[in-house]
Design a protein around this ligand. Sequence first.
Ligand code: ADP
Ligand code: G6P
Length: 462
Amino acid sequence: MPARKKWPLFIVANRLPVVRGKGKGEGTWKRSPGGLVSALTPIVQRAGGAWAGWTGTTGPAPDPFDYDGIAHLPVPISRTQLASFYDGFCNGTIWPLYHGAIREPEYHRRWWQPYVTVNRRFAEVTAESAAQDATVWVHDYQLQLVPALLREMRPDLRIGFFLHIPFPPEELFGRLPWRRQILEGLLGADVIGFQTQGDVGNFLRVARRYADARVDGGQLQIHGHTVNVDSFPVSTDFDHYSQMASDPKVVKRAVQLHHQVGQGRKIILGVDRLDYTKGIDVRLRAFHELLSRRPEAVRECVLVQLAVPSRWRVSEYRELRSQVEELVGQINGEFSEVGLTPVQYMHRELPFNELIALYRSAEVMMVTPLADGMNLVAKEYVATRFDNSGVLILSEFAGAAEELKSALQVNPHDVDGLAETIDMALSLPEKEATRRMSRMRDVLSEHTVYDWADSFIEALDV
Ligand code: ADP
Ligand code: G6P
């Protein structure tokens, strides 16, 4: 049993911030994919905190270990749980349902019990390790039962829960056969945080309807327990991104990338996990439309799409990969000119410095999810534009759209509208681009990831 130590912050999330490298990186740790890890890592490092989570490898969990200023408390997940809990209930039921059912969610009773079992295991590891009266912050859709399970095991703890993805409206959430159990799990927390006010409204409505909670403003009363519900939009380490971007080595690399990839053309960049929520396919269709209307645009711009491998055992993700790669092939086949390729596609992760250099090299950033809790890529791009250059095209359906009002906002389902917006971004007058970018930078510099975490912990500590 791990020792109970008084860490200033105790995080519980499905993934630990690091995973074991494969191939050349065998035996070393590397950063886990996704926005949750990007947001929380600097927070836990600053606090010198602990993080309970899964290593990304099945089988028995390694002993607790310290790495990069964080105490890692591994939680085991077996091979069968990987299939039923992670690929199944988390990413085959909850993920598509909460993202507006843009893929058909599957409801299987054989996936539900493993979800309960794995949530119980996370609660047990936390109950064994957290100090008396500690503050514990549970994260995301994989662990919605942990708050109530933990409260039962350790009534002395202050428990917060934050959902990084959207919370669906009543008509979708109501489809879930285990809706009452999920709500009761969440309502074990003292504070429940969402990305947007829209998510808060959705949650309050279903808590009233399916869990018989009494709602009074942003407060819920259930079985004599009070739960505070509010929105806390997640953000980035703005100064760090801004400073990294102006590092001479990164500046040099960005120029080099622009020269090699751009070949005199403007770079339009997409950076996403290869996920069907991200709208990568629609973005490619819009680019195809643009080139069909103006084939000479191949000499003006290049689309660089970076797609991070994700959840490849789930069939919808494999199908998306084929679809995206087929579209890339089709565009390049139709519109390439000798020595000039319209789409440059990479299916891999990149080291942090290289990603920043890529952000710096791009005149236009395309973030076009069909649904997204927040989207940190959009905020990271803005943070790296220290000279107020660059244009952000942003989906109305990303949580980030509530704050980044000066982006060129689009309906990502509208292929024609998106094609026109890309054209507009390419020819936006410099003065206008600077005005928009500088406004977005003002917004983000006033609400960094540290402000996000501080405001949540403050709400939890009262
Ligand atoms: P999600 O959490 O759904 O993946 P976000 O946009 O919120 O979406 O977060 C994605 C995170 O992954 C960002 O912090 C981004 O920097 C990181 N990331 C994206 N692409 C890469 C890449 N190719 N290599 C390394 N990190 C990446
Ligand atoms: C999103 C989710 C996270 C998840 C990440 C990566 O950011 O909100 O909870 O960790 O995607 O997905 P993965 O399935 O690889 O953990």
